[in-house]
Design a protein around this ligand. Structure first.
Ligand code: MG
Length: 395
């Protein structure tokens, strides 16, 4: 055993610190106050929680994306030596600050793309929770990470499980990635029942406590579709080698099948602090107080194939990544629109996939997009999805 006393304190920047992953990252920091220090925090607009976090963790800098909260944030922190920033440009500047070692990218959606790109360029280790970044622009992100020798460590529980199963292995020896999915709250619903489900029902996830956007994505299995794309880029593996398995107990967090027939999996309680901590301590493992998996009381583990008829988002995701180019970006943009519309009661559950499919048909395909193409595609796809929502009078 090596003593931890020689360890240099890691300075963290947590983007999206008031969200589900952000608050759990701070929980991990609380358990390891000698090893982690919070250098920077950012939030979209949850100012009260951001202030509370700043008072507790005393970061050097905080940033609020929504500039209307700049004054009140300054006022609340005026007695402390904390630099206060606001707006997207300031966030891009913040992630490149020299003292930062690790950037935890935990913002929601497309908004995570630019700051993550800047952090990669600045050579910061990325603990990536924002899967949309890889869905939208996986190719660019991977090229950047290679060019700047920036490690991207997965926070997503499935990808952490695969990553952990691959330690000491050669990626060329992988036959298949087995990506598990809980199946969400509608796993056993009929197509007819799914027609009329409400966002309240969709927000009740059986196993994981998460933010609202990802919980809806989980219920529609768009989250799993995104994770297929995320895995394709993170592990540089053809999408044909990624298989989704519905595993309602969420005990096996994912697995890897190798060319010799061996399968390695990572198991644990469904607690995001495990993968978050692993991303922060890799290649080491540190002790924590997270509840242990008790195999004696664990119910039997079951695995089933996903129903592609009831969960067409999986089909759309495979189609988007197979076509490549700007298609995954369209998939993500349309999904962000319908996900919000569904939460606001403006779109039915099954109509979400309809609109995404139609948006994918309508947006001009670009085989080799650059960053500007992604920005334009995102914009156009959102507009088309919104038009479809209103003209088709969904719901
Ligand atoms: Mg996941």
């Amino acid at each position: 055993m090596y003593a931890k006393c020689n360890k240099i304190m890691k300075q963290l920047a947590i983007l999206g610190s008031t969200g589900s992953i952000g608050t759990q990252t701070l929980d991990v920091v609380r358990q390891h106050p000698e090893e982690f220090s919070v250098y920077a925090l950012s939030a979209h607009r949850s100012i009260d929680l951001l202030i509370k976090q700043a008072l507790e963790f005393n970061p050097a800098v905080v940033c609020i994306a929504d500039e209307t909260y700049y004054r009140p944030l300054c006022d609340a922190l005026s007695d402390l030596p904390i630099r206060v920033l606001a707006g997207e440009k300031a966030l891009l500047e913040m992630v490149t600050m020299p003292a930062i070692d690790v950037v935890v990218a935990a913002m929601v959606g497309y908004a995570g793309l630019r700051p993550t790109m800047e952090a990669i360029r600045a050579g910061k280790t990325i603990a990536l929770a924002n899967k949309e970044t890889l869905v939208v622009a996986g190719e660019i992100i991977c090229q950047l990470a290679q060019r700047y020798h920036t490690p991207i460590l997965p926070v997503d529980s499935e990808h952490s499980a695969i990553f952990q199963s691959l330690v000491g292995e050669n990626i060329a020896d992988v036959e298949k990635l087995l990506l598990t999915a809980s199946g969400g709250p509608f796993r056993t619903f009929s197509l007819e029942q799914m027609q009329s489900v409400t966002s309240e029902q969709a927000l009740r996830h059986p196993n994981w406590e998460m933010g609202a956007k990802i919980t809806i994505d989980s219920a529609s299995m768009m989250n799993k579709g995104f994770e297929v794309i995320e895995a394709r880029w993170l592990f540089d593996i053809p999408v044909e080698k990624i298989q989704v398995l519905v595993h309602p107990q969420s005990v096996v967090h994912s697995a890897v099948q190798f060319v010799d027939g061996s399968v390695k999996a990572q198991l644990g309680t469904p607690d995001m602090r495990i993968p978050i901590q692993y991303a922060l301590t890799y290649p080491e493992r540190w002790h924590n107080d997270v509840a242990r998996l008790d195999l004696f009381t664990t119910q039997s583990l079951t695995f089933e194939e996903p129903d592609l008829q009831r969960f067409p988002n999986l089909v759309l995701s495979y189609e988007a990544i197979r076509r490549g180019g700007n298609m995954p970006c369209v998939l993500n943009a349309a999904n962000e629109i319908v996900n919000l519309a569904f939460r606001q009661g403006k779109c039915g559950f099954l109509q979400m996939s309809d609109i995404i499919a139609k948006t994918m048909d309508k947006v001009h395909f670009v085989a080799e997009p650059n960053y500007e193409t992604y920005v334009e595609t995102d914009d156009v796809a959102r507009r088309i999805a919104k038009e479809l929502l209103t003209t088709n009078n969904y719901k």
